[in-house]
Design a protein. Structure first.
Length: 472
């Protein structure tokens, strides 16, 4: 069977991935262990591979993990150790939860309930879609499944109901909905540990570097105030700067009512999914009381869905995206941990800290956060960005004297918010942009516009909120 165009290897891109890594490996700085430097070279090649995608991300990471063992950089047991980390299994379980949400129809029902309740205007309609995403994000870490599988099809149907399609009629409603959903999506991603798959990896980086436990509850409490304000402010800014031609949408509520009527009463599978959904959220919020690991809770939910026939084993084995993310997540977790233990990140921090010598900590924090945020123009995923830059920037910010919780939380939330500046910043971007309602130039302009209130709200109000909580 021949590979599809999206899966074929690209020699030119492979050259752009391998040559910089080879050049890096040819010279080892004095005082740096050779194996640590070679590990860095393989890591750089991996990040470039995830950015340039000469082949699917899972295949890139699998080759990198194999290279570490075959080149003798680390034993095979250590090279494969990332796949035993519980962090790697949470996003896998997330895809299964998302599949169950789609299969039962509970996600669509939640969306139509919101639309019926607040969808009387175009702004309310947009926020109904955002509210759906907000509810689902409390348990489902796959922002691609939430947006691509539930929110996007409904947004498209609503736009077409008002005869808004790509082209001359795009601005009637569709263009506004696509941009609002995406710019609010990155805020939702920042509000939950389960907002998107890389957040659990970011929490692991934070704990490994500082010892601070960025738990489900801590993440949410730290984000709730700045997050809700950002959702309100960004939505209003887009409504004024990029308004839809249709302001009132009574037909949307009628459409939602018809869809809910057609769906009928909740089925046994929907009730089961709802119980599992609420149970997972409750157990994650009370981890300090029962001590269960959040991945164990997610796996418990999957077992429950299998035992009640909401999911079948065929559903599990055919969830290709879940197993793809398992391969590349496990490799990245292993490499990031090995680099941290090697001391290279500390050496980088000591060198970079010289740039902010004499600065007060909040000035250094602000400057470094801006660099971190807008560096996302060079990344096509939150995972690649955070894996490459979170730990080094965290160590540098701490060296500048910033309070540990401020440094950990700021970088964690900015890792998500920065994805809004391009149409490829995180998985929902290509989905929503690919609908064709908004040009690339407009998309980027609106993304840059939305980035300003997000930076200010999470940077200033967030800092004050964390101070009120007594975290610094």
């Amino acid at each position: 069977m021949s590979a599809t165009s999206a899966e074929r290897t690209s020699p030119a891109r492979w050259a752009a991935v391998v040559l910089p890594a080879v050049a890096l490996a040819l010279y080892t700085p004095p005082g740096v262990p050779r194996r640590s430097w070679l590990l860095l070279a393989v890591f750089v090649a991996t990040i470039l591979g995830l950015m340039l995608r000469p082949m699917p991300g899972g295949a890139v990471v699998l080759i990198a993990v194999s290279a570490l063992a075959l080149l003798g950089i680390m034993p095979i047991t250590e090279a494969l150790s990332g796949y035993a980390d519980p962090v790697v299994w949470l996003p896998v379980a997330a895809f299964f939860l998302a599949r169950a949400m789609l299969k039962t129809g509970l996600g669509r029902r939640i969306a139509f309930l919101f639309i019926r309740a607040i969808g009387h205007s175009s702004l309310g309609l947009g926020y109904a879609l955002v509210s759906t995403d907000l509810v689902l994000a409390s348990v489902i870490p796959s922002n691609g499944a939430r947006t691509g599988g539930i929110v996007f099809p409904i947004a498209t149907s609503l736009a077409e109901a008002y005869e808004s399609r790509p082209g001359p009629t795009a601005r009637r409603l569709g263009a506004f909905l696509m941009t609002l959903v995406y710019q609010c999506e990155v805020i939702v991603c920042a509000m939950f540990l389960t907002g998107q798959a890389s957040n659990v990896l970011i929490a692991k980086f934070a704990k490994d570097t500082t010892g601070l436990d960025l738990s489900y509850t801590t993440w949410f409490v730290g984000a709730i105030v700045p997050g809700l304000l950002s959702l309100a402010v960004v939505g209003l800014i887009l409504y004024r700067a990029f308004p839809p031609e249709i302001r009132h949408t009574p037909a949307a509520r009628e459409l939602a009512s018809r869809e809910l009527t057609a769906m009928g009463p909740m089925s046994r599978a929907e009730w089961t999914m709802l119980v599992v959904f609420l149970g997972v959220a409750g157990l994650w919020m009370t981890m300090g009381l029962h001590g269960m690991h959040y991945t164990a809770i997610a796996l418990l939910a999957i077992c429950g869905l299998l035992l009640t026939d909401v999911l079948t084993w065929d559903d599990i084995t055919s969830e290709r995206a879940a197993w793809d993310i398992f391969v590349w997540y496990g490799g990245l977790v292993m490499m990031a941990g090995a680099l941290s233990r090697s001391g290279l990140t500390r050496t980088f921090a000591e060198l970079a800290a010289g740039m902010t010598v004499g600065w007060v900590w909040f000035a250094a924090l602000g400057a470094l956060l801006l660099v971190y945020f807008y560096a996302h123009y060079a990344f096509a995923s939150i995972t690649a960005h955070a894996t490459a830059m979170y730990i080094p920037f965290l160590v540098v910010i701490l060296a500048a004297g910033a309070p540990p919780w401020v440094a950990v939380l700021s970088l964690a939330y900015y890792s998500n918010l920065c994805a809004g500046i391009t149409h490829y910043g995180t998985t929902p971007g290509p989905i929503l942009f690919g609908a064709g309602y908004v040009s690339q130039g407009t998309w980027w302009k609106l993304g840059l516009m939305a980035s300003v209130p997000n930076i200010l709200i999470f940077g200033l109000l967030g800092g004050l909120w964390w101070k009120l909580l007594g975290w610094w």
